[in-house]
Design a protein. Structure first.
Length: 601
């Protein structure tokens, strides 16, 4: 696709002998792909069926594909930079765990480091559960890059998705499902290009939903262990949604309770799975104790008590902050309170929000697949697929009691969405019209469109012409790949890297600053080369400068365009010192990250 796009550009404007333009070449390319796909289908299908039965090789291939495809994009789309408060909070969690501790001591000058979604007292910590942080810490310790943990989580998910599908359908369809997972949740996905960790919870769901049918068929200890590991990872990653995952397990095995010969193996499997989950519960409780001082208080809940964010469930009233808020924290609190709404839920407001959530599930399905999804209802004659639909509905309805929605909230059920897709395609392949089998052709067309969709947008990202890819970004729905330097953070960090010595950077927001925070530090603030702090005024700032006598003070004004960095002591008396700009600058991305939009009632 890279060379194809280069070819298009080489013929613009129209100075070639045959008079072809870009649209002509695109038509020819699509025609060639259609012909090639038609000619190669039979051989590809035969080869895929042979490969699909080799579980280990398929898992390795599906694990390698998303990582390899994303690494190929590094030239035009480098390792993602943290952009928002969520990213920074997760990175703090990973850095804390990489220091082999569950939290950090409260900093004596913590008032300078107040920011969103990070606790300052009684300890300095992220508010999020341990699971995503463990992945980031692994990447930081082993590869010296936290994002490596995100990439490996995605690899684990796409690999385990195939393994899960093997328990529900035939090998060839399972391999197809794994390939669809790579396309939908691989190199272009929000999960792989931020630090929020959706793929880890999705991998945990694969372990749970893949082990249950195997366990019911054979009652092997190995499958009970995998079930418990999946539940444990999900508990550490998405504690609230783990309630729905636990309900899924109970409902799946409920019929076995009424079969006398299955009660004993069921109890044995339950005991083994519980032994796997108990360490995770113990670690979560210990984390609570270390961070909040209470075994039963989650960091998330303490942040809500102290700062009023994150907001409460819609069945509860809006929280009330119990400590002074910065202007940015106050703005965040007001926004989240508005999204929550006054008072508690009514049936009408719940149903409106439930209907509004449907559009977000586009994240899990490529558009051509919607043509096949109705065929899933043919499978509802089987109890196991009625179970799948019930669990999807439980996740869908259960997460609606929270005012916001992001795809990683229901990541544990992602493999079920892939299963629904695969079963729909399998059912469609049997479609007969007027005694003619037309289903296989319909499936081929849908899969070709899915492949064309992915390779087109992947080719756009891979193209060397960044202007072209940035112009197309508004039309690339539900993908999120980083480009350029949208808010100037990379440029600021590049400039700071050119200044020798240890630095203290005061962040001064302008009066109409948005919620976006620029104050972020790692787990060990005092040992960082660059420390970011809030500008609290000249008198208070001198206290922090006295605390860091060996650091050169600078002032950062992120609301300037581009963000302005100046020596702190010269701000009032002379012109700011000009810092060299980064060697190369790209146009800031105009793409709006769809998945980061907050849902407003």
């Amino acid at each position: 696709m890279f060379y194809l796009f280069r070819l298009f550009y080489s013929f613009l404007p129209l100075h070639n002998p045959i008079g072809f333009g870009g649209a002509d070449f695109i038509e020819i390319a699509i025609a060639l792909l259609l012909v090639a796909a038609t000619l190669a289908w039979q051989k590809w299908a035969a080869g895929a069926n042979m490969l699909a039965s080799r579980t280990i090789w398929c898992m390795l291939l599906l694990a390698a594909m998303p990582v390899a495809l994303r690494l190929l994009l590094l030239r035009t789309s480098p390792i993602p930079s943290a952009l928002g408060a969520d990213d920074f909070s997760y990175l703090l969690l990973g850095d804390t765990l990489a220091h082999f501790r569950l939290t950090n001591p409260a900093h004596p000058m913590h008032q300078f480091f107040e920011t969103l979604f990070i606790l300052q007292e009684p300890s300095y910590s992220s508010i999020y559960p341990l699971g995503p942080g463990l992945a980031l810490a692994f990447g930081q310790l082993v590869f010296r890059q936290p994002w490596a943990g995100i990439a490996l989580s995605t690899a684990a998910f796409t690999s385990l998705c195939y393994w899960m599908l093997r328990a529900w359908t035939r090998p060839g369809w399972a391999l197809l499902g794994g390939a669809l997972a790579v396309i939908q949740f691989g190199p272009l996905s929000h999960w792989m290009n931020t630090y929020w960790g959706g793929a880890l919870a999705a991998a945990a769901g694969c372990l749970v939903f893949g082990s249950m049918p195997r366990l019911r068929d054979r009652w092997r200890a190995r499958d009970a262990v995998l079930l418990g590991v999946g539940l444990a990872i999900h508990v550490l990653t998405r504690p609230f949604e783990s309630i729905f995952l636990g309900i899924s397990v109970i409902l799946f095995f409920a019929p076995a309770i009424f079969k006398r010969e299955q009660v004993r193996p069921l109890l044995r499997a339950a005991a083994i799975a519980a032994l796997m989950v108990l360490p995770a519960l113990g670690l979560m409780l210990l984390h609570d104790k270390q961070v909040t001082g209470s075994w039963a208080t989650l960091p998330y809940a303490l942040c809500r008590y102290q700062y009023g964010v994150p907001c409460t469930f819609t069945l509860q009233s809006n929280p009330v902050p119990h400590r002074p808020l910065t202007r940015e924290q106050q703005t965040s609190y007001e926004i989240q309170s508005f999204v929550h709404g006054e008072g508690t839920d009514t049936l009408a407001s719940f149903l409106r929000r439930l209907a509004g959530r449907v559009r977000f599930y586009r994240f899990f399905f490529l558009p051509p697949l919607y043509l096949a999804l109705p065929a899933f209802f043919w499978s509802l004659r089987e109890a196991r697929f009625r179970f799948v639909l019930l669990i999807v509905l439980i996740f869908f309805v259960g997460t609606t009691i929270y005012p916001y929605f992001y795809a990683h909230y229901v990541a544990g059920a992602t493999c079920l969405f892939i299963l629904v897709t695969v079963v729909s395609l399998e059912n469609l392949s049997r479609l007969t019209i007027a005694n003619h089998l037309v289903g296989p052709d319909a499936v081929r067309v849908i899969l070709f469109l899915c492949g064309a969709h992915f390779f087109f947008w992947y080719g756009v990202q891979l193209a060397s012409n960044q202007q072209f890819s940035q112009d197309l970004e508004p039309y690339e729905t539900w993908d999120e790949v980083n480009h350029g330097d949208p808010d100037g953070r990379i440029g600021v960090n590049t400039q700071l890297a050119q200044v020798p010595g240890k630095l203290l950077v005061f962040v001064r927001y302008w009066p109409r600053h948005a919620v976006t925070e620029w104050v972020y530090n790692g787990a060990d603030i005092d040992r960082q080369r660059v420390v970011f702090a809030r500008d609290l005024g000249a008198a208070d700032n001198e206290k922090l400068r006295s605390y860091y006598p060996d650091r050169t003070a600078w002032l950062l004004e992120p609301d300037a365009r581009p963000p302005k960095l100046s020596p702190y002591q010269q701000i009032e008396t002379s012109e700011p010192l000009t810092i060299p700009a980064p060697p190369s600058e790209t146009k800031p991305s105009t793409k709006r990250p769809t998945l980061r939009f907050e849902e407003v009632k």
